[in-house]
Design a protein around this ligand. Structure first.
Ligand SMILES: [Zn+2]
Length: 417
């Protein structure tokens, strides 16, 4: 039987697997490779070739042993890797079935600012959403300077999302992330001067939505709440549309996209001239410009300054006013609630994250295990798979609160900044 480690700092909120493994290894005076080789690889099995790839996908045996050693549920450990976010963040980590299929399915199936017909054809092969192709497989690429300054006991955690080109700010402090390089034990800033430009409000809102998507599986948009998978596809599609050569657009969408770049204060298409380039291959400063432009685009659609004519565009505008007398019985908030509940149930029947979230909402005022079991049983009767639902109230509460406990875990490591 795999023995529980006596000391095991709990994972931080959204922490990357290797960041947590580094903190665990430090506790026992080891480095990350030693911990993986000696304590997390089954006897006779080959150790993972590179610990750098563990954040992408970790062998299931390693996850099982780690869960047993620490008491952290397998599913929570898996979510510390990119593979744990398939199919919400990206469709698959497997090779694409047909060349260009992954890109077409993720980026070109829907549209936001322009109609799908206005998306110029282009083939992007061997592509995976959001995974930076220029990261050189290094664990540390962006860090919050305030987190570094305010953490003195070595318990600094590195969220998985910060290592991907999806957010610009720290979810705890709201300040911009700074580019960094190196390893968890020793990293340096890429620029000697801290990036002290404040993050615009619309960027903070965009990042808060991403953070909410990862935390609870849904995002509240002006029209309605959408599933985490819809949010990431909307954002990536929007970035693609902002990279379309302006000469290929008709007058109205071209003016909208020119206005977005003017308002955000960066050159159109982040200064790229000629054919479109793939976002994931761009250097970070240009990715930063695209993320700011996406946030500005969403803000301008929400305020009605530009029109979003694509299939997902309506999600960014509030519900249109209904005429008072349209011949139908008047609707009230309970009609809306019933519709939302039906939609949530359909999601929960297919998606473990949505199922857990639904159970958490329905039992938010519940104090006893008996009532919890009753509500859980009702969901199972409604065809929500039992395996999607935490078995007890205590298990569910601990899953939803444990990340926050990690900040008290002292680990002696020195960060060279
Ligand atoms: Zn921070």
């Amino acid at each position: 039987m795999t023995q529980r480690w006596p000391l095991h700092p709990t994972p931080g909120h959204g922490e990357a697997l290797t960041s947590w493994l580094h903190r665990l290894a430090t506790r026992y005076g080891m480095d990350l490779d030693q911990l993986v080789r000696h304590d997390l690889t089954p006897p006779g099995a080959p150790a993972p070739g590179s610990t750098g790839s563990l954040d992408l996908d970790a062998p299931s045996e390693l996850i099982t042993i780690l869960a047993a050693r620490t008491g952290v549920p397998v599913e929570q450990v898996r979510r510390m890797t990119i593979a744990g976010w398939v199919p919400w963040l990206l469709d698959s980590l497997q090779p694409e079935p047909v060349p260009g299929g992954a890109f077409d399915t993720y980026v070109r199936q829907d549209s936001v600012l322009v109609t799908s017909k206005e998306h110029p054809d282009r083939e992007v092969t061997n592509w995976r959403a959001w995974l930076p192709l220029n990261s050189k497989n290094r664990p540390v690429s962006r860090v919050c300077p305030v987190c570094v300054e305010s953490t003195t006991d070595g318990s600094l955690t590195f969220p998985l999302i910060m290592q991907l080109p999806i957010t610009l700010t720290c979810p705890r402090h709201g300040c911009r992330l700074d580019a960094a390089f190196g390893s968890y034990a020793f990293f340096g800033w890429e620029h000697s001067k801290t990036n002290d430009r404040p993050a615009p409000r619309q960027v903070v809102i965009q990042d808060a939505r991403t953070e909410q998507a990862l935390r609870i599986g849904t995002v509240a948009l002006p029209r309605r709440t959408v599933h985490v998978g819809v949010w990431f596809r909307l954002l990536r599609t929007l970035i693609e549309e902002l990279s379309i050569p302006l000469s290929k657009l008709r007058t109205r969408p071209r003016r909208s996209i020119e206005l977005i770049w003017r308002k955000v204060g960066h050159p159109a298409r982040a200064g790229i001239v000629g054919a479109a380039r793939t976002y994931e291959t761009l250097p970070w400063p240009q990715q930063e410009m695209y993320l700011e432009a996406a946030a500005t685009a969403i803000h301008l659609v929400e305020t009605g300054e530009i029109e979003a004519r694509g299939t997902l565009g309506h999600l960014l505008t509030p519900e249109p006013d209904r005429p008072a007398h349209d011949g139908l019985p008047p609707r009230d908030i309970w009609d809306e609630a019933r519709e939302a509940m039906t939609e949530a149930l359909t999601l929960a029947q297919q998606d473990p994250l949505a199922a857990e979230h639904m159970l958490a909402i329905l039992t938010s005022l519940t104090r006893t295990e008996k009532t919890f079991r009753g509500i859980r049983g009702d969901l199972i009767d409604l065809d929500v798979p039992e395996a999607f639902l935490p078995p007890t109230l205590a298990a569910m509460r601990s899953r939803r609160t444990s990340p926050g406990l990690s900040h008290n875990s002292p680990v002696a490591i020195v960060h060279k900044t």
